[in-house]
Design a protein around this ligand. Structure first.
Ligand SMILES: [Zn+2]
Length: 452
């Protein structure tokens, strides 16, 4: 789970059934997923020698290799078009070598200006308007609606942000200090944002100068993907995705001599679920639809892994996505329960619950709607494309003191409950995997209305 930052426009719920729903055939009782696998995999991923599985670092690559070995042991196939379980793609990390700004012929202090750019060189002055757009966000304006375009600029923009919004400026600075990764190849044709915190109103035709030099490093990022092809000649064209992110934060400032953010719950727990589910379904070997198991990279720093993965598939063929995020601790509803984000946006949760009606397990709607969890994990990209893509979690996020701390360790997890959650996910998926249940699609996100 990554930190909440950007607001998103409302997604309007459009509920209709594409397929007649049939009840799944009753399956004989099974032993569930392997508790031994669950314990072994989560311990390996959250071990100190994985050094917090930071994206683009050797520790993150080691975690990917470990997962590829697990997929091979289980006997999954590789994705069509790939020769290994690793789905690699480039990302571009830029660091600013020099950056200076003047506004109204006076230099702007370093802590009052932010640069979001992968352009190797920037040289702007007020004579570049309108090729450089000047966006004034006054004390009375709401900056939230512009943040997404500032972080991922689609034009060159100089933002004059009134100091009434200092808190937002600081959050933006904080976010930029963590990562400056971009999915697009940098070039002088790409776009940049410069944000200046201004004390009070600024005249609209104020003279300005911006000069910056960026150095860009190309990183190779890797998702880990394994496939269990469908057994039904027709249904195998339809795909069900089980996913979680294996990356975490790497090192954090030390607390009591510990600087490793082990990320046992976030999200070694979900990644473990993906491995345990792959093993379980491979053993059952009766899936009509094709099952795709994926461990994403770079969730914590912007969701680059799931964004790349989503572009390699046809969303129309994906009937459901089970994204699993932080299932290592008890949910607020007690044992044998978990919640599903965006529960009301499709009938995915209702179908899952129907398959568990003879068990003590309950899936609940997300009890923390203000946390915007539906859009804070790797399900968001496919959900925006209409796929019933939901995250399953047990985390009591408003009160979770271990979240994004060096103390998110295996010792804080409830492994028997976690195994029960994974088994419940396996059983709740029965009808979808058999091709007997098809969740309703999610209404694609409506873009925010631009300000007149
Ligand atoms: Zn996280």
């Amino acid at each position: 789970m990554h930190k909440q930052f950007l607001p998103f426009s409302l997604v309007f719920l459009l509920s209709f059934s594409l397929h007649a729903q049939k009840k799944p055939s009753t399956t004989p009782s099974d032993a569930g997923v392997s508790a031994v696998t669950v314990g072994r995999v989560v311990r390996a991923l959250a071990a100190d020698d994985m050094e917090g599985r930071a994206t683009g670092k050797p520790s993150g690559d080691r975690a990917a290799q470990f997962l590829a070995t697990e997929f091979k042991r289980i006997g999954l196939k590789t994705m069509p078009g790939l020769t290994s379980y690793e789905q690699t793609f480039p990302a571009y990390e830029s660091s600013t070598t020099s950056f200076s700004v003047t506004l109204d012929n006076a230099p702007v202090a370093k802590d009052k200006a932010l640069l979001i750019s992968t352009q190797p060189r920037l040289n702007w002055t007020n004579t570049d308007v309108p090729a450089v757009r000047v966006l004034t966000i006054g004390a009375q304006d709401n900056p939230q609606q512009y943040l997404r375009d500032i972080v991922r600029p689609k034009e060159n923009v100089l933002v004059l942000l009134d100091s009434a919004h200092t808190t937002i400026f600081k959050r933006l600075a904080d976010r930029l200090s963590h990562s400056s990764l971009r999915a697009e190849e940098p070039s002088n044709n790409s776009f940049s944002s410069v944000v200046i915190l201004t004390a009070g109103p600024v005249a609209s035709k104020v003279p300005f100068k911006v000069a910056a030099i960026n150095t860009v490093r190309t990183l190779t990022l890797r998702n880990v993907v394994g496939v269990l092809p469908g057994k039904d000649p027709v249904r195998k064209a339809e795909q069900v995705v089980f996913s979680a992110h294996y990356d975490h934060l790497g090192a954090l400032p030390p607390v009591a001599g510990d600087s490793i953010a082990n990320g046992a719950d976030d999200d070694a727990s979900g990644t473990t679920a993906v491995v345990a589910l792959a093993e379980y379904f491979k053993k059952k070997n009766d899936n009509a639809r094709t099952l795709i198991f994926v461990a994403f990279t770079a969730e914590e720093i912007g969701g680059f892994g799931s964004q790349y993965f989503s572009k390699q598939l046809d969303p129309v063929k994906i009937v459901a996505m089970f994204n699993i995020e932080m299932i290592g601790k008890l949910a607020q509803f007690g044992p044998n329960s978990a919640f599903i984000t965006g529960f009301e946006r499709s009938d995915f949760g209702t179908l899952l619950q129907a398959n568990l009606k003879d068990t003590p397990f309950r899936f609940e709607p997300d009890p923390y709607p203000t946390q915007n969890l539906f859009y804070r994990s790797d399900n968001a990209t496919l959900a925006r494309l209409g796929v019933p893509a939901h995250s399953i979690s047990t985390d009591q996020i408003p009160t979770d003191k271990l979240y994004h701390s060096v103390d998110d360790e295996v010792e804080s997890l409830n492994l028997p409950n976690m195994t029960a959650v994974i088994t419940a996910i396996a059983r709740s998926a029965t009808g979808i995997i058999a091709g007997q249940q098809t969740p309703t699609r999610i209404a694609p996100e409506t873009p925010a209305k631009p300000k007149p």
